[in-house]
Ligand binder design. Structure first.
Ligand SMILES: [Zn+2]
Length: 81
């Protein structure tokens, strides 16, 4: 079957008025904030348990106490959260 070009007016996108656009922007922003809040409690990057320690200078590398002990032996490599 030969390729058929879809005429542009075949897809009808309803026009949004400014109120709708603003409402959508607000919704998106709120969703993003909620996600950030959810991500706030640090979790162990190995097992997902609540983290108690992070790597010195690497605040995104967070570990629970058990994993920190397993991986580092000495908690002095780590900073307490
Ligand atoms: Zn862990």
């Amino acid at each position: 079957m030969p390729y058929q070009e879809v005429p542009e007016d075949a897809v009808v996108i309803p026009a949004l008025d400014e109120d709708d656009k603003q409402a959508i922007r607000d919704e998106v922003r709120q969703a993003a904030t909620e996600k950030e809040r959810e991500a706030a409690p640090k979790r162990c990057i190995i097992c997902g348990a609540p983290a108690t320690h992070c790597m010195r200078g690497l605040p995104n590398n967070t570990y629970c106490k058990a994993c920190a002990k397993d991986y580092f032996k000495f908690l002095s490599y780590l900073e307490r959260l």
